[in-house]
Design a protein around this ligand. Structure first.
Ligand code: ZN
Length: 313
């Protein structure tokens, strides 16, 4: 089969407070809020999409802020994405150290297993975040007055997962998801898709005897991989089903279409299309300003707006 997966599309996490989430990803990390919408499966909850200027797949982190909705605290463990990494220019790592310190965000500075400068810290909900210093990440960043283009985060660098049987996770990545192994160090394997640049990397480590992950506040819900077209998505769905995976039907996520399945160690994967993208319902210059609802929820807009807590950014 030809390569259908071009890299990561987005990472989605279950988080707690909406305002704290926006303050962290927009205010501190300098991401653009490229879409303010609702959880299509639970429209009383926001769905925030953060990304670069154009909201390109591979730069997108998305969150469901579930504070006060009775969702339990999650716990990291086996069968889960436990670290989401962002890519920043290697020369800007001192800027990020100073910015985190000024914001009172504790961090540690161990390099990645592959020798890259990196900073580890938690977001307000407890998600494990890492900024990795990279060179040659050509993606156009979103900037703001206090974050220069030479310093700004370029997008997602990679996701890291801990699993009980790394061989089976690796086999699926290489045989079905068009990845190849590009490194192994300190018990962590790194896989890459496409040209192996940031936004196309997945790390897999052995969870050992760690207890199973608990999905909930402060944990990653799933990672999405990108395909170019709806036809490619259907091919992936067919191939995965043929291999025995329980793959969902195609779901309309307004900005892309999606299928979901669990990989052999239980991590939830999504395969999402590149088109139509975030400019389908508002101009590029205005992304993220207004609450956007899918057409089928528009008639309930007054009720939904009442349910959602106000956020400023
Ligand atoms: Zn998703």
């Amino acid at each position: 089969m030809d390569a259908l997966i071009s890299g990561l599309h987005h990472v989605t996490a279950t988080v707690s407070d909406a305002q704290a989430d926006v303050d962290f990803y927009v205010g501190l990390l300098g991401q653009r809020l490229v879409k303010k919408t609702v959880n299509f499966d639970n429209p009383g909850v926001y769905h925030f999409y953060y990304g670069n200027e154009a909201g390109e797949p591979g730069t997108i982190m998305t969150t469901f802020p579930y504070a006060g909705m009775g969702v339990r605290e999650g716990a990291n463990g086996a069968g889960q994405i436990d670290v989401t990494s962002f890519s920043a220019p290697a020369g800007a790592m001192d800027f990020w150290r100073a910015r985190l310190a000024a914001a009172g965000v504790p961090y540690t500075g161990d390099p990645t297993p592959f020798g890259e400068d990196s900073l580890h810290f938690d977001d307000p909900s407890g998600l494990h975040i890492r900024i990795v210093g990279t060179s040659g990440d050509e993606r156009a960043p979103w900037t703001r007055p206090d974050i220069h283009a030479s310093q700004a985060i370029r997008g997602i660098h990679s996701v890291s997962m801990a699993v009980r049987q790394p061989e089976s996770t690796g086999a699926l990545l290489t045989r079905m998801l068009d990845a190849r192994k590009v490194g192994e160090a300190e018990g962590t394997e790194r896989f890459a898709m496409g040209d192996a640049t940031p936004g196309r990397l997945v790390e897999v480590s052995n969870a050992g005897g760690a207890p199973g992950a608990i999905n909930g506040l402060g944990t990653v819900h799933h990672v999405a991989f990108a395909v170019a077209t709806p036809e490619d998505q259907l091919r992936m769905q067919r191939e995965l089903r043929r291999m025995g995976f329980q793959v969902t039907d195609v779901m309309d996520r307004q900005y892309f279409t999606s299928i979901y399945f669990r990989e052999p160690n239980g991590v939830l994967y999504e395969i999402a299309t590149l088109p139509p993208g975030f400019a389908i319902d508002e101009p590029l210059a205005e992304l993220g300003r207004a609450l956007k609802l899918p057409p089928w929820e528009e008639q309930r807009r007054p009720l939904i707006e009442q349910l959602l807590p106000p956020v400023t950014y």
